[in-house]
Design a protein around this ligand. Sequence first.
Ligand SMILES: Nc1ncnc2c1ncn2[C@@H]1O[C@H](COP(=O)(O)OP(=O)(O)OP(=O)(O)O)[C@@H](O)[C@H]1O
Length: 229
Amino acid sequence: MIRLEHVSKTYKTSTRPALDDVSVGIEKGEFVFLIGPSGSGKSTFMRLLLREDVPSRGRVFVADWNVAKLPRRRVPRLRQRIGCVFQDFRLLNNKTVAENVAFALEVIGKPRNDIRRVVPQVLQLVGLDGKADRMPHELSGGEQQRVAIARAFVNRPLVLLCDEPTGNLDPDTSQDIMLLLERINRTGTTVVMATHDHSIVDSMRRRVVELSLGRVIRDDARGVYGVGR
Ligand SMILES: Nc1ncnc2c1ncn2[C@@H]1O[C@H](COP(=O)(O)OP(=O)(O)OP(=O)(O)O)[C@@H](O)[C@H]1O
């Protein structure tokens, strides 16, 4: 589903590469933690998948797309198939829960009848039935993240990229969010999650890809956060 082949990325203003000869393959349906200290290259990894940037060297594939070679007009289609969840939720604060989720479908031209049908379904899936008409500020942080996950998932993406999705949540709420991401993963959606959260990585025992200074220094099938530290 995702393949990086000898990918290096050096930003113009930087001397050392943000990614340095990274080769990683992720199969459909995998759940992968991307870990490493600040500046190790996790966000750059995700930016290359979304074609927010292109590698300096090497090739990036998502599904059948050779991402860096994709003509500009096809980039929106790639991004439609990749859902994104962030630490800071990024909801539209002047729209209700249902409108936030519906908006993701409106912008890609989904028929209104389809939207009316699928929004309640996805809100139920993420545990927000009954909250469709609330505004984001009327929700807890965990609930806001559920809305963000519903919005990222409503179009059934191939891949869900999660950048520190529990970074603003307390441990119990974080666990609930992880259960939800596991449920989404069980539908066959590939999940890639960048995180600094040791306890989550240790409790889930999923694949762990560790970056350090832009290089993959560990790739464990059922890993923990810190080996030998
Ligand atoms: N747009 C940019 N221009 C120049 N350098 C950048 C840019 N984005 C990232 N970098 C540099 O690339 C390296 C990797 O950064 P990246 O954001 O990918 O790390 P990260 O692992 O996601 O960090 P964090 O955990 O803090 O989000 C860092 O040295 C960073 O300073």
